[in-house]
Design a protein around this ligand. Structure first.
Ligand SMILES: [Zn+2]
Length: 426
């Protein structure tokens, strides 16, 4: 990883730019897919499955027999691990319920909000080289707690037309009501528009490659809600001398192995720390099965050495990482200064892997600097907040004149009259 000594603050934004991709070409291809699925439905999905997944399916829907078989195929040890993760994710998200007490704004004017679950949500689970059954838990558990009545789940089938048993096992745990063997942009299109066999979802969640992400953003323009525009994964590690360089290297590699377009960044105040971490990276990298992927990701990655912790935090907030590890002795003080980040891991024993799987926090997080304005998925993502109000005659009388005056000033006469009439003046 290249080490950059004390870069000037006006270069930070450029330095932290994520690898750019040619969105125009992808957008054109994804638009075609969306249109094709919208007009031809299941037939288009079956044809794309043959083209992209290499299998012509008889049915898009996962059968009862396949679901039953999946439970037998998952080893007991993995089932127990999934149960541990399930318990913690459920506990943490259950704690996110907000009590929305009514507010008496003025005597006789009572306003309140109510969280109401989105009835039908679409969950996209990537398959292929890494079947992300952990994502089934991260999206399905909060959806279940929120009370979404239908959970539509799509994931690409393997070469023999099956979904990974762990995906099916987790899908049953979270109570997925519809499970389909469809992947890529065509799966997003199917959930966005609905087809003969796949019901339309009102909000679509889940990570994916550039095609999946582009399909989500295009659908968002057409009125379907999405969790967030998610791109390649990233991690920043803030380290000092007491943080074991082997820990830092292991954490950086855990993120680098996600994909060749992942980015990892080390931020420190000491050149020796950056060098020690680089040394540990060289030792650990060849041991990984996915070392080629991680090696490519490290090419987009770097370490910065800055003169003070204050500047370290300013750099980190400018970069706005999806994941941030603060492995320093003064982590408590630095954590207070985090303004932009998706999810933060503190101290020596909080690897990002903990949050990816089992500590309880959600792993669906904003990337590409979106953490400046977006939050990760939470219980709230599965709710709409509806406002209610009740006004008594006395309540309306307190604001009648204000509303009449404002309506008249905006020249909206009917608005003024709706109040005046009730107040006995016309
Ligand atoms: Zn990760």
């Amino acid at each position: 990883m290249r080490i950059i000594q004390n870069p000037a603050p006006d270069t930070w934004a450029t330095l932290g730019k994520r690898a750019l991709i040619d969105t125009a070409t992808i957008e054109a291809r994804v638009s075609d897919i969306l249109e094709n699925v919208r007009t031809r439905g299941d037939e288009a999905l079956l044809a794309y499955g043959e083209q992209f997944d290499g299998i012509r399916l008889d049915s898009l829907r996962v059968s009862e027999a396949e679901l039953a078989e999946a439970a037998d195929l998952v080893p007991d040890k993995l089932k127990a691990a999934i149960q541990t993760a399930y318990h913690n994710i459920e506990t943490f998200h259950q704690g996110q319920r907000e009590a929305l007490a009514p507010v008496e704004v003025m005597p006789g004017i009572r306003c309140w909000r109510k969280s109401v679950a989105i009835e039908r949500v679409g969950l996209y689970i990537p398959g292929g080289s890494a079947p992300l059954f952990s994502t089934v838990l991260m999206l399905g558990i909060p959806a279940k707690i929120a009370g979404c009545s239908e959970l539509v789940l799509c994931s690409p089938p393997n070469k023999v037309g099956k979904l990974h048993p762990a995906i099916l096992y987790a899908a049953q745990l979270v109570g997925a009501t519809h499970i389909y063997k469809v992947g890529g942009a065509q799966a997003i299109a199917a959930m966005g528009y609905g087809t003969e066999s796949i019901p339309q979802a009102y909000k679509i969640f889940g990570p994916g490659n550039q095609y999946v992400t582009t399909a989500k953003t295009l659908l968002a323009k057409r009125g379907v809600a999405i969790d967030m525009p998610a791109g390649p994964s990233e991690l920043a590690v803030i380290a000092d001398k007491q943080f074991d360089p082997a820990f830092a290297a292991a954490d950086l590699l855990s993120q680098a192995e996600h994909g060749p377009d992942s980015q990892v960044v080390l931020i420190t105040t000491t050149q020796a720390v950056a060098e020690a971490v680089n040394q540990a990276l060289n030792e650990q990298l060849p041991l990984l099965p996915r070392h080629e992927v991680a090696r490519q990701a490290l090419q987009n990655s770097f370490a910065v050495v800055l003169p003070s912790w204050e500047e370290v935090m300013r750099f980190s907030n400018t970069y706005a990482p999806e994941h941030l590890i603060i492995g320093t002795a003064n982590w408590e003080a630095l954590a207070e200064q985090v303004i932009n980040a998706g999810s933060v891991f503190l101290g020596n024993y909080a690897p990002e892997s903990a949050g990816d799987y089992a500590s309880g926090t959600n792993h669906t997080l904003p990337t590409n600097g979106a953490a400046k304005a977006f939050s990760g998925v939470s219980l709230d993502s599965f709710f709409k907040k509806i406002t209610f109000q009740h006004l008594s005659h006395q309540g309306l009388s307190h604001i009648a004149e204000a509303v009449e005056t404002m309506a008249a000033a905006e020249e909206l006469e009917a608005h003024r009259r709706a109040v005046s009439l009730r107040m006995g003046r016309s």
